[in-house]
Design a protein around this ligand. Structure first.
Ligand SMILES: [Cu+2]
Length: 236
């Protein structure tokens, strides 16, 4: 289907109701429960200003007061699970209209994860997936996997408390900036063993710009390649 600007404008109110949030964290295949270990935003709306501190861990995400921190060993498999509303069944996890990349970053807290605001050059990208083939995006895979995607916490990460920042960027109205929709969820984890790596780090906000080709992009023109925003993935 070819979407004109007018068609996208007509769809926008429908898509708006189809926003989503990070709701579950799984550690090594174990479901850790609804909204546990996650900084919960006030609603399921996206962030659109890449210079806002809301880009770090979503709205009201600079503090983890009242949020518990999940203990995992370095090398653990973490699964992040998103839904449109507070439910797992009865609708798509992500509306099919939301096409774009899926990314995961991690940042080590100076002390506790709950008190870490995630500001400054502290974020390391540990996962990304974008345009898989013409018209098929990482978001389609997440949707077909009931809202879930997984990442291994590199075994060489030092022990300590971290924020894990999962991000889905929806590009259905991204042909001008602001337009791209940043869905962000931060989980608090404590890595109980680990190594001594010193991975490369960027700031969020900071690493993204409205002019980035992965942020201002028309995805409806038979797009054949796509540049995911931010740095390269560090694999440990
Ligand atoms: Cu939406």
């Amino acid at each position: 289907m070819k979407l004109t600007t007018a068609t996208v404008a007509l769809l926008a109110p429908v898509l708006a109701r189809a926003h989503f949030t990070l709701q579950y964290v799984w550690a090594n295949g174990v479901d850790e429960g609804y909204n546990n270990y996650v900084r919960i935003p006030p609603n399921n709306s996206p962030v659109t200003d890449v210079t806002s501190t809301d880009l770090t861990c979503n709205v009201n995400g600079l503090s983890g007061a009242g949020v518990e921190t999940l203990s995992v060993a370095a090398g653990a498999n973490l699964t992040l699970e998103w839904h449109q509303h507070a439910q797992r069944v009865g609708e798509d996890a992500i509306s099919g209209g939301h096409k774009g990349p899926v990314l995961v970053y991690i940042a080590k807290a100076p002390s506790t994860a709950a008190t870490f605001d995630g500001q400054g050059a502290v974020w390391t990208k540990i996962y990304q997936s974008g345009l898989l083939s013409s018209g098929t995006w990482a978001t389609d895979v997440v949707n077909s996997n009931s809202g879930k995607h997984s990442v291994v916490l590199p075994a060489s990460l030092p022990a300590g408390e971290y924020l894990v920042r999962a991000e889905i960027i929806a590009l259905h109205v991204a042909s001008t900036y602001p337009g791209a929709q940043f869905y962000i969820g931060c989980a608090q984890v404590k890595i109980t063993s680990g190594g001594s790596a010193s991975p490369p780090k960027v700031a969020l906000p900071g690493a993204y710009h409205g002019s980035d080709p992965g942020i201002t992009v028309n995805i409806y023109n038979n797009l054949q390649s796509y540049t995911i925003p931010g740095p390269a993935v560090w694999t440990g």
